[in-house]
Design a protein around this ligand. Sequence first.
Ligand SMILES: *Cc1c(COP(=O)(O)O)cnc(C)c1O
Length: 369
Amino acid sequence: MPIHSFQDLAAPSIKGLQTYQPGKPIDELQRQLGLTDIIKLASNENPLGPSERVKQVIRESMADISRYPDGNGFYLKQALAEKIGVETTMVTLGNGSNDVLDVIARVFLTVGREAIYSEHAFVVYGLSTQAVGATARVASAKDYGHNLQAMQALVNENTSVVFIANPNNPTGTWLEANELEAFIKALPAHVIVVLDEAYGEYLDPSEAPKSIVFLKKYPNVIITRTFSKAYGLAGLRVGYALSQPGVADLLNRVRHPFNVNSLGLVAAQEALNDQAYIDQSRLLNRQGMQQLEQGFKRLKLKYIPSVANFITVEIGPKAGEVYLALLQEGVIVRPVTGYQLPHHLRVSIGLSNENTSCLDALEKVLQRV
Ligand SMILES: *Cc1c(COP(=O)(O)O)cnc(C)c1O
């Protein structure tokens, strides 16, 4: 019998999946438009580039790449456990935190179970939920951010996972420790709550919710973090989860044996101890955030106040056109239509000159669309 479409062969949960749309790579725009001066402020990468210390350990570790990496990531886990103040048995490493989120979905979700996340939350929650055939329950947002009351109202006996990004991408909104803890405390014991802290390093350490305390107090908490954003290692793909050892044991059963490569392991370990780089990144981000906020005000554009390393600005019905026109100017930002924000564009905080170029291009483009 002829196959009419490969669609017919796919598992039902896969048929409805949409491919993840990443920020446009610099090379791609170069190929398409032949531009040479391109600024990418589309994927919340660290504009400083990798630290010198990280580059050095990578050079030193190059000779090892013919060997398999340490599948247990012994040294990185030890470094993380020590720095954070948890046991190594509470750490699960991932190929970026996307990988960890996916592993969580595969462990705790299946057909008939439900995951809750917020409107305008990170798209991977939906993708991972759908891929395993579970049902997504999307709570309406409050001022673009998480509405914990609305999320709470969706919890039922089929709920298995609640995903919360704090701060959230693409809105940059965040939750205070008190309301977050009250929400976690009220959850039934059969519900796993994932606190996705991809942008946690950008918060002032004194202001950040003490999620490690939650982890120790509430056994159903999983924290996910990444080396892709403030640590400047997006290309190496290293992330991790923190959880109770029993949960970590389950995650490790599903995780691919060598999901973190050897250069990623050493680079992440070095980055973890490079506090000067993190401090510099946070400071640069603060300054860049102010620069973009002031620029948007000058252009009479509203934006969503953000504590992360990006800011989402309201352009209006022509946001799509503005995005394309900015590409012509060599500036890549991120459309957020896939996050139900068709009138907004997300701009990652860049170096000062990149922010200036972005604002200049935006001003120019807004005059002609
Ligand atoms: C960028 C991001 C991640 C991390 O992605 P990696 O796979 O670690 O590169 C996770 N969650 C959110 C909300 C993000 O924006």
